[in-house]
Design a protein around this ligand. Structure first.
Ligand SMILES: Nc1ncnc2c1ncn2[C@@H]1O[C@H](COP(=O)(O)OP(=O)(O)OP(=O)(O)O)[C@@H](O)[C@H]1O
Length: 625
């Protein structure tokens, strides 16, 4: 937990000051019994002076008012810096998440990262502003209080202190047991968040396949496991809280019996006895609170461990210490070379370390368009992702204009290389923001606007202008308010807006009909005439549009050539094309069938009486649509 100092340092002076004020408040509370002792031993038992009692009462009142003021100071001092620490930690965690490569995100679930950046950090903040301060203050109050008790009535104080032995033992057991369940609860909460995230993300699939009940079953199972862990946590905590409450009370009972005997024998004054028990009453509260504070500390420890686990992950893909620079290629497009490239996903289990690419040699001449063809799962997407370093090669090298991509900063590389994926991810922002995401930041507004319009035109995404707020329409989380083809076209416009030297297209037009695809491809070639393009083709029509075709087979490029030549000479190419044609025909047939069904459904719905069951009121309502 010392790691937290890095983020807590700016807030440290105020936290320490807040702690000191809280300590001051506790010590003031401890001073009250000493006043009582003086009153009992003085005015009450000897002189009987009324003024003495009134003065003592005034002093107690003053001490109380000061204590209240110091408690207020503690809150005022600590609250805001605590939230700033949380903000800084959250910002750094998110920065690290963005910096970590795809390989990290392949392994980590969204829910785990979500819970680490949200609830874990709130737990740390609460501990820092309350738990930590109160733990220090309570411990000091107990030590000072017990010291005072020993000084007031040594025998009774030592009896009270003897109670610490079983409490310390219990404390250690509690620490051991609670740590395990606290961590388990946090991990389970992360898994539960993943389930919610996945189900919400895939809600269409769940509904379409009628799998809502299954998802609910999974969710309830996980939620129940979390509940059981939380109960175990509460049990462990309540056991220690009970012990920390009961042991001092029991010890006090023994002390009272001994104290009465000692007072009767005159070995201890009545005033000292009163002060002893008044101090004990004050000390008992922080002792009892220690259980809760220890639990908070262990919770915060588990949360910190989870935070540090992500923050400390060393990114597998990093910028070099002394980066090389790319010089501007004369024609606008870069030369891309893959030299004996090998790649295996680190992964886990049976497939861990299995090479997907086993020695790729490929040269993309500047300004040319190359189609990459291979069977499903042959590694086309993987190969594409090696160029912008979404993954790093396991062996061999990828070079852009003769420079190894690992010698460039990721920012420079990704400004030169742009990618559009088959499954386009759009962000919950306007069409304008989504498209201009990859454009240079320093572009003047009028140039940015021209780039936006041009990119939309080339990608045939002009439909976006007719959306309710035009290009300022927010297109929903992940762009789900658009159709698949529309999303692909906006994502393609985004890739074009980068004005890249190298454009990598992972079948980004698969959701478009053949005519629109041909139109988009024609515009792309006109617009990005100088750009080096590598396009993963799943359709024979896309292949035909490329200058050259590269065939990916068994992790290697087995042929590069013109479509017609390969068709005549390369058996595997013919085989792949036939498979793609079949897929394409099947896809077209499925699409036509889906359209027919949708039309039929619409007709049916016009005359259909739909019964809507109102489960809560248990009554049925007939609605004519
Ligand atoms: N993140 C990952 N971790 C482990 N293995 C992966 C990962 N992504 C892909 N693979 C495996 O790598 C192989 C190649 O996948 P890739 O997506 O590159 O194929 P592809 O040729 O693009 O397929 P498709 O034509 O279906 O898009 C597959 O066997 C796949 O299971």
């Amino acid at each position: 937990m010392l790691r937290l100092v890095a983020w807590g340092r700016p807030a440290l002076p105020r936290i320490v000051l807040g702690g000191l004020t809280a300590l001051g408040a506790s010590l003031l509370a401890l001073a009250v019994p000493q006043v009582l002792r003086a009153v009992v031993n003085g005015p009450l038992l000897t002189s009987g002076s009324r003024t003495g009692v009134v003065e003592a009462a005034g002093l107690v009142l003053l001490l109380g008012a000061l204590e209240a003021f110091l408690v207020w100071c503690r809150r005022a001092l600590i609250l805001t810096p605590g939230t700033n620490v949380e903000l800084a930690m959250r910002r750094d965690l998110f920065r690290r998440l963005l910096d970590l490569p795809v390989e990290f995100h392949d392994r980590w679930s969204g829910g785990q990262l979500l819970s680490r950046s949200m609830s874990d950090l709130s737990t740390v903040r609460r501990w820092m502003v309350f738990g930590l301060v109160m733990l220090c203050v309570s411990a000091t109050t107990v030590v000072v209080g017990v010291g005072l008790m020993i000084a007031t009535a040594p025998v009774l104080g030592l009896v009270y202190l003897a109670g610490a032995v079983p409490m310390v033992w219990l404390g250690f057991r509690f620490r051991r047991d609670y740590r395990v369940v606290a961590r388990r609860a946090r991990d389970q909460a992360g898994d539960l968040a993943t389930t919610v995230e996945e189900s919400v993300h895939g809600i269409r699939v769940l509904k379409a396949f009628g799998r809502g009940e299954d998802a609910l079953g999974d969710f309830v199972r996980q939620a129940d496991a979390l509940r059981a862990t939380e109960v175990a946590k509460a049990r462990t905590q309540s056991r220690v809280t009970f012990a920390l409450g009961a042991i001092p009370e029991a010890v006090l009972a023994v002390s009272l019996a001994i104290g009465v005997v000692l007072a009767a024998r005159g070995d201890v004054s009545v005033g000292a006895l009163v002060a002893f028990f008044a101090t004990a009453a004050i000390v008992n509260a922080p002792v009892e609170r220690l259980g809760q504070l220890l639990a908070m500390t262990l919770d915060a420890r588990a949360a910190t461990e989870r935070f540090v686990q992500v923050i400390d992950t060393v990114p597998a893909v990093q910028d070099p210490d002394e980066p090389a620079r790319l010089s501007a290629p004369p024609g606008g497009g870069s030369l891309v070379e893959l030299a004996d490239v090998r790649f295996a996903h680190p992964g886990r289990g049976r497939d861990a370390g299995t090479e997907i690419l086993t020695g790729i040699d490929l040269r993309l001449e500047p300004g040319t368009t190359t189609a990459l063809v291979g069977l499903t799962g042959s590694g086309k997407t993987t190969l594409l992702q090696l160029v912008p370093r979404l993954y790093d090669v396991t062996a061999g090298a990828v070079r852009v204009d003769g420079v190894d991509v690992r010698d460039l900063t990721r920012a420079e590389l990704r400004a030169a290389v742009s990618v559009a994926f088959e499954d386009p991810i759009l962000f919950s922002a306007s069409v304008r923001e989504n498209v201009l995401m990859g454009a240079p930041d320093d572009l003047p507004p009028e140039q940015a606007e021209a780039l936006l319009q041009r990119s939309l035109d080339v990608a045939r995404a002009g439909f976006a202008r007719d959306l309710p707020d035009g290009l300022d329409t927010v297109i929903g989380e992940e762009g789900l308010s658009l159709s698949g083809g529309q999303r692909q076209r906006v994502a393609l416009a985004r890739a074009i807006a980068v004005r890249p030297r190298v454009l990598l297209l992972d079948d980004p037009l698969s959701a478009l009909d053949v005519t629109t695809e041909a139109e988009v491809t024609r515009r792309l070639r006109e617009e990005l005439a100088g750009t080096t393009t590598l396009v993963v083709a799943h359709r024979p029509s896309t292949v035909a549009l490329a200058d050259r075709v590269a065939v990916l087979e068994d992790g290697r490029i087995t042929a590069v050539g013109a479509h017609a030549d390969l068709l005549a000479t390369h058996a595997h190419y013919r085989y792949v094309l036939t498979a793609l044609e079949l897929e394409d025909t099947e896809r077209a047939a499925l699409e036509a069938e889906r359209r027919d069904r949708a039309a039929e459904r619409r007709e049916d719905e016009e005359s259909e009486v739909v019964e809507v069951a109102d489960e809560t009121a248990d009554e049925k309502l007939e609605v004519r649509r």
